[in-house]
Design a protein around this ligand. Structure first.
Ligand code: F6P
Length: 512
């Protein structure tokens, strides 16, 4: 876009690559698994992001830059599942300080409204800068002249700024999958200005909810002293960052003429799932048979309640268990007629807060089972595993009530997956109003998970819902999930990145 190679930052001076479309995400869509005999295999990595982007990448014939999920040297770029995969290597120290430290012990709790206390460590910040530079370098090597580069999520907020400085020819998008906090919380971050400046290297910064975009625009004004108009931020074109050392974001503040300024747009693009794909899996005869088998294994319960999360303190798992335990104690639910299946997939297990949460959840599950179980029947079936999509679809099909009780959640794709799988329009969703999904799924029983009495009432109502009411609620939710699927999300974002109008976001549904 009007730049020549000599404009580029020396640190990103590698010759442009061949790809017109490059995704940069913390994780590759596949994890590298090495068994004790040194045998290497690739497995789909956890989390909603992969679910969201894999179909888009396969269509676009693009390159995906990310980490394998294990420390150590990265394999050479290779093609897999219709994508060019470019692995970025992280040392054990990078994993500790950039991934477990700054990303998941500083930013994650901070951006989720300090549900857990964030820890601010300068060595972690240094690692974050170092690793973001490495991702930016890898992306620059793949991106052709004038390519579109789409950077994903909070782990890589400096990448747009580094790329902008080194490769001003690129069109750069950034999407934040998690919430963006209010300024009073964001302001705690010692490196708040550098983060804002890093994000403003993008042409378009996307968020899940309007509140997130509004919070970001406020951070642009307060942390970087910029002016905003509506959803637009004016950025002096003369901003050049010294990215040769650990001082990313040390912007020179000299202003260019106003007509030289760049404009960055902040807008809302609620992410979704491959709804059709999920429904197709749920319709497979073997998946339906597996759903029946699950119900049989649980003794044909009257109500099968289901929770599916990464084992994360943002998910409100303790609140859910408290409500369920009290419902059993009150006799409003009974065991073995009503049963809770709790899938809590292992996540970030070396971070202290996550270890503590696991202990807390496991003690609570044991307490409920000890109190209300009998020989041969347990009211909570706790599964600390990750499962393939087929098993998830079978669980969704088997479940009468889906429980999503997050205390803070960018979107929550599990809620949408459940709805996508309920093709017969049965089933009920209890959904926290603190999820992005709550803006779209008004057919759910919306709850404040902190209000245990309200949560109990909603679970009890959902468990005893009439088929007619379930159908009415599920139908409206299914319409939304089918219309606003992941390809619509990606198309809308990429159209806006190419200068198209930002499509009006889906009207929030009224609660049924
Ligand atoms: O959406 C938040 C997110 O951190 C994604 O970036 C990631 O794919 C997912 O959750 C799983 O987290 P992790 O990569 O830390 O296992």
């Amino acid at each position: 876009m009007g730049s020549t190679t000599h404009d580029r930052d020396a640190a990103l001076s590698a010759a442009p690559g061949n790809y017109d479309f490059v995704v940069v995400a913390n994780r590759l869509p596949l994890d590298r698994i090495e068994d004790p005999d040194g045998e290497v295999s690739w497995r789909r990595s956890p989390g909603g992001l992969v679910t969201a982007l894999q179909p888009v990448m396969q269509k676009a014939d693009g390159a995906w830059v990310g980490w394998t999920g294990a420390p150590g040297p990265a394999p050479e770029p290779f093609d897999e599942a219709g994508m060019r995969l470019v692995a970025v290597s992280l040392t054990a120290e990078d994993v500790r300080d950039y991934y477990e430290g700054f990303s998941n012990d500083t930013l994650w709790p901070l951006y989720h409204d300090v549900i857990a206390p964030p820890r601010f460590r300068r060595a972690w910040w240094d690692a974050y800068v170092r690793v973001n530079r490495r991702f930016a370098q890898a992306a620059a090597e793949q991106a052709g002249e004038g390519a579109v580069v789409w950077v994903q999520d909070y782990q890589l907020q400096l990448v747009p700024g580094i790329l902008r400085a080194g490769r001003p020819d690129l069109r750069i998008g950034f999407f934040n999958h998690i919430p963006f906090p209010g300024y009073e919380i964001f302001a705690q971050l010692p490196w708040r200005r550098q983060i804002v400046e890093g994000l403003l290297g993008a042409d378009l910064v996307g968020f899940q909810r309007q509140g997130d975009a509004t919070n970001f625009l406020r951070a642009c004004r307060r942390a970087a002293g910029l002016t905003t108009r509506g959803s637009l931020v004016r950025v002096p074109r003369s901003w050049r960052r010294d990215i040769s050392a650990n001082s990313v974001g040390r912007a020179r503040t000299s202003r260019a003429a106003a007509d030289d300024d760049r404009t960055v747009r902040a807008a809302t693009f609620p992410i979704s799932i491959d709804s059709e794909g999920f429904e197709a899996i749920a319709r497979r005869p073997e998946v339906k048979a597996r759903a029946a088998e699950i119900r049989q294994a649980l003794g044909h319960p009257k109500t099968l309640l289901l929770g599916v999360d990464r084992l994360d303190y943002t998910k409100g798992i303790a609140h859910r268990l408290k409500a369920y335990g009290e419902l059993l104690a009150d006799g409003r639910l009974t065991s073995p007629e009503d049963v809770l299946v709790l899938v809590a997939s292992p996540s970030r297990e070396r971070v202290e807060q996550y270890r503590r949460l696991r202990d807390e959840v496991e003690v609570t599950v044991a307490r409920i089972n000890g109190e209300f179980g009998e020989v041969g029947s347990a009211p909570v079936h706790y599964l600390h595993h990750s499962y393939p999509q087929e098993e998830m679809a079978a669980l969704y099909l088997a479940a009468d009530v889906m429980l999503v009780t997050s205390l803070r959640d960018g979107m929550n794709l599990v809620a949408k997956e459940y709805v996508a799988c309920r093709y017969d329009e049965s089933g009920a969703l209890v959904l926290s109003e603190f999820t992005g999904a709550a803006d779209e799924l008004g057919g759910a029983f919306l709850v404040n998970p902190h209000d245990i009495s309200g949560l109990k009432d909603a679970i009890a109502r959902a468990a005893r819902i009439s088929p007619a009411e379930a159908r009415r609620r599920m139908r409206t939710m299914r319409k939304r999930v089918r219309e606003y699927d992941v390809s619509r999300w990606a198309d809308t974002f990429l159209d806006a990145l190419h200068g198209g109008p930002v499509a009006a976001e889906p009207e929030p549904q009224m609660q049924v």
